[in-house]
Write a protein that binds this ligand. Structure first.
Ligand code: AMP
Ligand code: ZN
Length: 118
């Protein structure tokens, strides 16, 4: 996709701090880390969001999720981490190229994501 910043990162047209790369997947550090470890895994194929995934993408999604724990540990998440996929407007998605955030690395429990209203 021409104007997608994550496609440009994959192509090396925008610099990034790479965590991992193979034929199908690219992982890199978030430019505004929310915790000591914060990186994202993206498919090299441009898929705008989880709302656009199709049956043919199942293996790719599985591969991304399979990589999460090993990359998280490699990056220093020795005691757990959080994986987030923001989707669409209500989900707070800012970049429309599917990405899984991996956040952790500190010693404290991460803050509650969505406070219980009760
Ligand atoms: P989301 O709200 O889930 O769409 O998250 C998009 C994420 O991309 C945000 O956490 C941004 O900090 C991150 N981001 C935006 N531009 C870049 C970039 N050039 N390099 C690394 N991370 C980026
Ligand atoms: Zn893209």
């Amino acid at each position: 996709m021409e104007n997608c910043i994550f496609c440009k990162i994959i192509k090396g047209e925008i610099p990034s701090k790479k965590v991992y790369e193979d034929a199908d997947i690219f992982a890199f550090h978030d430019i505004h880390p929310a915790a000591p470890v914060h990186f994202m895994l993206i498919p090299k194929l441009h898929i705008a969001s989880l709302n656009e995934v199709e049956e043919k993408h199942q293996d790719l999604l599985g591969k991304i999720m399979f990589l999460v724990p090993s990359l998280a540990k490699e990056q220093g998440c020795t005691d757990g981490f959080r994986t987030i996929i923001n989707t669409g407007r209500v989900g707070g998605q800012e970049v429309y190229h599917l990405h899984a955030h991996v956040i952790g690395g500190g010693t404290e429990r991460l803050p509650v994501m969505i406070p219980n209203p009760s």
